[in-house]
Design a protein around this ligand. Structure first.
Ligand code: NAD
Ligand code: UFG
Length: 344
């Protein structure tokens, strides 16, 4: 029988790509999402790509009664992948309480559901923001978790601590925390991609919106960081490569490989690129100019971070392999698809 994985936030950006990879790898997928930042049509995109429509339950994970009802209905959940969260670094600085409430109450509720319904395995969407501005680059999992630069980053740190404390209560539970660097791009089919409810706040969709004429210009947040061109450096990882890492993590947990109850992995490419380098790559691949201007730094941002992802390679057998040029094209095809959707 196929193993059932509960994917919270599964109609969202990374969750939908992961649902596709899980189905392709032989898992059954149950998505729980309140659609606060995603759309129901995503389920159709997943079906078109895989031939299978995942189970879907619409509710807020902060509502324990609804979460209990969901776990009662689907009795045989083998593992949870917990994507559901608010995720914008800058926005969390202006709306800290909303971030703490949504991200932490949903986390507590899921851990209670694991306890009450004997769900043994959890994969958690963490972030490189837990490292703050690391002193040594590329950053390994051994780097100290530093005071978070934003409330969002703090919710990831606190969630990881809550998971560790919960796992210490019983031998039966296991968890893997995946610390993503910057996920980008869209599925090659252009049937799913990043399609938030409000305006996107991340760099790549803002670049493609500027290129397609939805925005007049891109603001580059700061050119006075301690980096070669002064703009922020990040490690941009293709979302489908990232999704494949979740399948590897689920295989490891459900296959009972490894002995540690709680493992942490960095997921990145190992290469840091500045905002200006990303803009230049889009311009080169698409042969179009990006209209941008230098603006002040964005609150909550750090200057430079990129991953040492060798642990994920060694232990999970995973590696980010997709070249940036392909990622750029997938982002552009997706932006054109969004334009078509909004005209229809
Ligand atoms: P997303 O906003 O596209 O997806 C999150 C989904 O969770 C959305 O569909 C939203 O409707 C849902 N959701 C949020 N709160 C909910 C709640 N209380 N109950 C039910 N559903 C809820 O975001 P994403 O980019 O796919 O990110 C997924 C996860 O990965 C998040 O935990 C995020 O913090 C983490 N992460 C994202 C990035 C990134 O750059 N995208 C980087 C590092 C970590
Ligand atoms: N940037 C701009 N202009 C913009 C948007 C972004 O210059 O309009 C810059 C930022 O200052 C930063 C870089 O582009 O230097 C990347 O910014 P993003 O907003 O795309 O991504 P962040 O690194 O701030 O955060 C993202 C996710 C978080 C996640 C983090 C690390 O939003 O959820 O990556 O994984 F935690």
């Amino acid at each position: 029988m196929k193993k059932l994985v509960l994917v919270t936030g599964g109609t969202g950006y990374i969750g939908s790509h992961t649902a596709v990879e899980l189905i392709k790898s032989g898992y059954q997928v149950l998505i729980a999402d309140n659609l606060m930042n995603s759309r129901i049509e995503v389920l159709e995109g997943i079906r078109e790509i895989t031939g299978t429509r995942p189970y879907f339950e619409e509710f807020d994970l902060c509502d324990m009664q609804k979460l209990n009802a969901c776990c009662r209905k689907y009795k045989n959940i083998e593992a949870i992948i917990h994507f559901a969260a608010l995720k914008a670094v800058g926005e969390s600085v202006s709306h800290p309480l909303e971030y703490y409430e949504n991200n932490l109450v949903s986390m507590i509720n899921l851990l209670k559901a694991m306890r009450d319904f004997q769900i043994p395995n959890l994969v958690f969407s963490s972030s490189c923001t837990v490292y703050g501005q690391p002193e040594v680059l590329p950053v390994t999992e051994e780097a100290p978790v530093q005071k978070a630069a934003s409330p969002y980053g703090n919710t990831k740190q606190i969630s990881e601590e809550m998971i560790a404390d919960f796992l210490a209560t019983d031998d039966g539970y296991r968890a893997i925390s995946l610390r993503y660097f910057n996920p980008v791009g869209a599925h090659q089919s252009a049937l799913i991609g990043e399609y938030p409810i409000g305006p996107p706040l991340n760099l790549i969709p803002i670049i493609t919106q500027t290129l397609i004429g939805k925005r007049s210009e891109l603001h580059v947040f700061g050119n006075d960081y301690d980096t070669p061109d002064g703009t922020g450096i990040r490690d941009y990882i293709y979302v489908v490569d990232l999704a494949r890492a979740h399948v590897a993590a689920i295989n490891r947990l459900t296959g009972q490989a490894g002995t540690e109850p709680f493992e942490v992995f960095n997921l990145g490419t190992g290469k840091g690129l500045s905002v200006l380098e990303i803009i230049r790559t889009f311009e080169k691949v698409l042969q179009r100019k990006v209209n941008y201007k230098i603006s002040p730094r964005r609150p909550g941002d750090i200057g430079c971070i990129y991953a040492d992802a060798s642990k994920a390679n060694k232990v999970l057998g995973w590696e980010a392999t997709t070249p940036l040029e392909e990622v750029v094209l997938s982002s552009w095809h997706w932006e054109q698809q969004i334009k078509r959707k909004s005209i229809l």
